[in-house]
Design a protein around this ligand. Structure first.
Ligand code: ATP
Ligand code: MG
Length: 400
């Protein structure tokens, strides 16, 4: 039999094992007469031998039919045709009706149902993300040759790259994210189109850019390549002008990555960056604390280390992470560990005396009380052996 070039050679495709709940949902839809395929990133990840995320299903069934066919559903993204189906153990699986784009403006798409699998795959961004697998027939669909690109390590737009980036500029950042995550090359025509499209990134919402930046920081195999690609494509100039020209740290194992601290390392003025990216109040506060410092103790002696821990408070953990990301091992680091292991008090809360004790000895609540607590803490930072109730009361009396 002659094969058209787009038709996969099944022998080259490994069998994949899908979760039984996914197969069950697909079977139910198929039995009701609706073609249903597994799609998206989970297939790509599984073919690459990476941990697979949630398996998404794409179906010919319209959303109302999906809701009718399953007892427990959640309209997670009903306007885009996505229905969440809960399996018996209440895990949610996304089932999305085959769609085609009828209108795009670089930020959103208006979609239409009643499309075919091939049309649904054609609206996906990159060939490696446009592979489908039939859960019950165990058959592959790969009209854009994503499997070959996976094997060769290439990020390639589906169809005309320039048009695809104009439909949704976020794809510029997604191309970089996948290239950095899998250490893939971006196919030259796709890359040239991404560079040309980059000015369109201005029109994206800060939230989408932030999610992409954070995901990229979490998943990039090599952070220095991620930073280089953001600069080269022109995304840094628009969204992260504070991004340093090269990654200033060492490589960081993925399990240890915190996007706020990584951003603080990669960018000057991280608080401004996170503000622009509309991060949460908590994330902003963390970036501000990192920026404020002091980034390290004045010296490696225990008193200086305790004073530093007291000054930075809860931000100590982020400062220490920053040091680790830089790949540094300063001489004060083991001192921090020692001080912490011993449990030396480094905050008012660690003092062996309370506000009640102080009031009982005649200190009025209010600013005066705060001043006394600070003086006591200062004394205890210099000499932790002072941290007993008796000695602190004695000290309080001598202050009065
Ligand atoms: P991961 O979840 O690991 O980041 P993913 O490929 O699953 O990767 P999602 O954002 O979860 O990415 O999207 C699922 C699928 O939807 C993608 O594989 C792709 O086929 C399609 N897709 C997502 N975002 C876009 C987009 N902006 N343009 C075109 N297709 C997209
Ligand atoms: Mg996904």
């Amino acid at each position: 039999m002659n094969r058209s070039p787009a038709e996969p050679d099944e022998r080259e495709f490994p069998a994949v094992e899908l979760p039984p709940e996914i197969i069950e949902i697909a079977r139910r839809l198929e039995e009701a007469g609706y073609e249903t395929w597994a799609v998206g990133g989970a297939l790509r990840d599984q073919l690459l031998g990476e941990d697979r995320g949630d398996v998404d299903l794409a179906t010919a069934a319209p959303p109302e039919a999906v809701r009718r066919l399953f007892r427990h559903t959640v309209p997670v993204g009903i306007e885009h045709g996505t229905v969440g189906v809960l399996d018996p153990s209440r895990r949610l699986h996304e089932v999305t009706t085959f769609r085609r784009d009828v209108r795009t403006d670089g930020r959103h798409a208006v979609v239409e149902f009643g499309a075919s699998l091939e049309e649904d795959l054609a609206r996906r961004d990159f060939t490696i993300n446009a592979i489908a697998y039939h859960p019950t027939r165990q058959q592959w669909a790969d009209p854009f040759r994503g499997f070959a690109d996976l094997r060769e390590g290439v990020v390639r737009a589906v169809g005309n790259p320039a048009r695809r980036f104009q439909e949704d500029y976020l794809r510029v950042l997604r191309a970089i994210r996948f290239a950095a995550r899998f250490d893939f090359e971006i196919e030259p025509v796709t890359w040239a189109a991404a560079v040309t499209a980059a000015p369109g990134l201005r029109g994206l919402s800060a939230e989408r850019v932030r999610d992409e930046w954070f995901k990229s920081l979490r998943t990039a195999r090599a952070l220095h390549r991620l930073v280089r690609l953001w600069h080269e494509v022109g995304a840094a100039a628009i969204w992260l002008p504070e991004l340093r020209p090269t990654w200033p740290g060492g490589e960081v194992p993925r399990e240890e990555r915190d996007p706020v601290v990584l951003t603080a390392l990669a960018c000057a003025s991280p608080a401004g960056v996170l503000h622009r990216l509309r991060c949460s109040g908590d994330e902003l506060a963390r970036a501000e604390a990192l920026q404020r410092g002091p980034a390290q103790p004045a010296s490696a002696d225990e008193v200086a280390v305790r004073r530093w821990l007291a000054a930075v408070g809860e931000a100590a953990a982020d400062h220490l992470l920053l040091v680790r990301y830089r790949g540094e091992e300063p001489d004060w680091l083991p001192v921090v560990q020692r001080v912490r292991e011993r449990g030396d008090p480094v905050s008012r809360a660690g003092l062996a005396i309370t506000g009640h004790d102080l009031m009982a000895s005649g200190i009025p609540a209010g600013p005066e009380m705060g001043r006394v607590l600070d003086l006591l803490l200062d004394a205890v930072l210099a000499d932790p052996s002072l941290n007993t109730r008796e000695r602190l009361l004695e000290l309080t009396r001598s202050l009065q």
